[in-house]
Design a protein around this ligand. Structure first.
Ligand code: AMP
Ligand code: MG
Length: 417
C-alpha cells in the first residue's frame, strides 16, 4: 500500500467521505400520490406513461393553407377552414385547399401545408409563390410520444420540461417518493435568533445565520424541515434535541460544536446516542465535518454535523450533504457540473486539503472563461461567498496557483442559487 504523503494524518479525503456516506444511505421507499401541479422537483416512484399520442393527430406546423396533392399551375380552390379547436369536417380532393392555423388538425385528403406568407388568396383561388412538397409543415401524429410510452421512469426528479411533457400527455397525477424530513439545529452559546434587536446582543454574540441559510437551501431542495432552533453548548440539551430529531426525521443537520474546542459537544453526544462514521475531512473550509447515524426502533436517522463557521457550513452542505440528500430522495446519482477557467489572480495554497474557494466567473471579451477569487477566503467571510457565482476547486495534492493558470470551477447550482 502506498501512503498518501499529501493527506494530513487523521483526515479523510472528500472523495472517500462522499463515497462512504453515500454507501450508508438507503433511499426512501414510502410514496404519495400528487397532482402533477405539485410534483415539480419530486422523484417518481412509478413510471409515468402517456395517455395519448403526441401530437394526437396530424396537424399543421404553420398558419397557412392545407393543400391536397400537386395542382396544375400551382393554384388551389379554397373549400373550407380548419382552426385549432375547430377542425374541418369534410375532406379535400386534389387541387383543393383549406385555410389552417398552427396546431389545427390536417383535413382528410390534405398532404402538405403552405405558409400563409408564401401564397396569395384571391376570391376562392389560392396561388402559391413557392413549391409545396408532400409532407411540408405537417406535424405527424405520435412523432413526439406514443400512447403507453414511458415518459419518465421511477427515480426521475421531475423538472419543468418533464412537467410540460407529462401534462401534454394527459398525466394529471403522479406517484412520488415522500419528502425527506430533515431536523435542523444550531449549537453555540453565542448564537441569538435572528430578530433579536442588535442592541440586545451581548459581547461576542452573533446571529444564528447558519440555520436560516440551511433552511433556505433545504426549502429549495424540497426537503421538509423540522426546525429545532438554536441550542446552548450544553450536552444535556443537545442530547434531548438529538433524540427528538432522531425520532421525527430521516436526517438531522446540525451546525457548530463538532470541532475540537472545549465546548464542542455535538459530536460527543452523537457518539453517546449512536455512531460516528466520519469526522475531519481534508477539505478547506469545512475540516471538522462529521457524519454518523442514530439508530432507532425502525432503522436509523442520519447525522450530518456541519462546522459552525458559516462558509464551512455551506461548503460542506453543498459538497457532502447535497449528494446524500439526492440519494435519500430516491434520485439517481447527480452529475456535478464543472468546467475550466483561467485564473485572474494568484492563490496561495499548500498541498493537503481540497480547497473550495469562492470565485466569480465569466466569459471575457475574447470568449475565454475566466475566474477571480471573491475577496478574502476566510471561513467566516460571507460577503465574498455572497458575491461568488462558483467554487474554484483546487485539488488536494496541488499547491499555489498563479495568474493565468487553468483551474477547475463548479458554477453554483441549486441550492446555492
Ligand atoms: P464551532 O464550530 O461551534 O466551533 O463554531 C465555529 C465558528 O462558527 C464560531 O465563530 C461560531 O461563532 C460560528 N458559528 C457557529 N454556529 C453558527 C451559526 N449557527 N451561525 C453563524 N455562525 C456560527
Ligand atoms: Mg461553538
Amino acid at each position: 500500500m502506498t501512503t498518501d504523503t499529501c493527506l494530513p494524518p487523521g483526515l479523510i479525503t472528500v472523495e472517500q467521505a462522499r463515497e462512504q456516506l453515500l454507501q450508508a444511505i438507503v433511499p426512501l421507499r414510502e410514496t404519495e400520490t400528487l397532482s402533477l401541479e405539485q410534483a415539480c422537483g419530486r422523484v417518481l416512484a412509478t413510471p409515468a406513461t402517456a395517455r395519448l399520442d403526441l401530437p394526437p393527430c396530424d396537424n399543421s406546423a404553420m398558419d397557412g393553407y392545407a393543400l391536397s396533392g400537386e395542382s396544375d399551375g400551382g393554384s388551389y380552390r379554397l373549400v373550407g377552414k380548419s382552426l385549432a379547436g375547430h377542425p374541418f369536417d369534410g375532406a379535400l380532393y386534389t387541387g383543393e385547399c383549406a385555410r389552417i392555423t398552427t396546431g389545427a388538425p390536417l383535413p382528410a385528403g390534405a398532404d402538405r401545408v403552405v405558409m400563409q406568407e408564401q401564397a396569395a388568396l384571391r376570391d376562392d383561388t389560392l396561388t402559391l409563390h413557392t413549391e409545396a412538397k408532400a409532407g411540408d409543415h405537417i406535424r405527424r401524429r405520435g412523432e413526439d410520444v406514443r400512447v403507453g410510452q414511458v415518459l419518465a421512469d421511477s427515480g426521475r426528479a421531475l423538472k419543468v420540461p418533464e412537467i410540460a411533457l407529462l401534462a401534454a400527455a394527459g398525466v394529471s397525477e403522479v406517484t412520488v417518493l415522500r419528502k425527506v424530513r430533515a431536523a435542523l439545529l444550531s449549537v453555540g452559546d453565542e448564537l441569538k435568533p435572528l430578530g433579536t434587536p442588535a442592541a440586545e446582543l451581548g459581547p461576542g454574540d452573533i446571529y444564528d445565520s447558519n440555520r436560516i441559510a440551511l433552511k433556505a437551501a433545504l426549502a429549495q431542495m424540497d426537503i421538509e424541515v423540522i426546525d429545532l432552533g438554536c441550542l446552548p453548548d450544553a450536552p444535556a440539551t443537545i442530547r434531548d434535541a438529538l433524540v427528538l430529531a432522531r425520532d421525527s426525521a430521516d436526517i438531522v443537520i446540525t451546525s457548530g460544536g463538532v470541532s475540537v474546542g472545549e465546548a464542542d459537544f455535538t459530536r460527543k453526544v452523537l457518539e453517546e446516542l449512536g455512531q460516528l462514521d466520519l469526522w475531519r475531512l481534508a477539505i478547506k473550509p469545512g475540516k471538522p465535518f462529521a457524519f454518523g447515524r442514530l439508530p432507532k426502533g425502525k432503522g436509523e436517522t442520519l447525522f450530518f454535523g456541519l462546522p459552525g463557521n458559516p462558509v464551512s457550513a455551506l461548503v460542506t452542505l453543498y459538497q457532502l450533504v447535497l449528494p446524500a440528500l439526492e440519494k435519500l430522495k430516491g434520485a439517481g446519482p447527480q452529475q456535478v457540473f464543472n468546467s475550466r477557467a483561467r485564473l485572474l489572480n494568484p492563490i496561495r495554497k499548500s498541498p493537503g486539503r481540497t480547497d473550495y474557494q469562492r470565485g466569480y466567473t465569466w466569459r471575457d471579451g475574447d470568449g475565454i472563461q475566466v475566474v477571480r477569487s471573491t475577496g478574502i477566503q476566510g471561513s467566516h467571510i460571507l460577503s465574498g461567498f455572497a458575491e461568488a457565482n462558483c467554487f474554484i476547486v483546487l485539488p488536494r495534492k496541488g499547491g499555489s496557483c498563479e495568474t493565468g493558470d487553468w483551474v477547475t470551477i463548479e458554477p453554483f447550482q441549486k441550492p446555492l442559487v
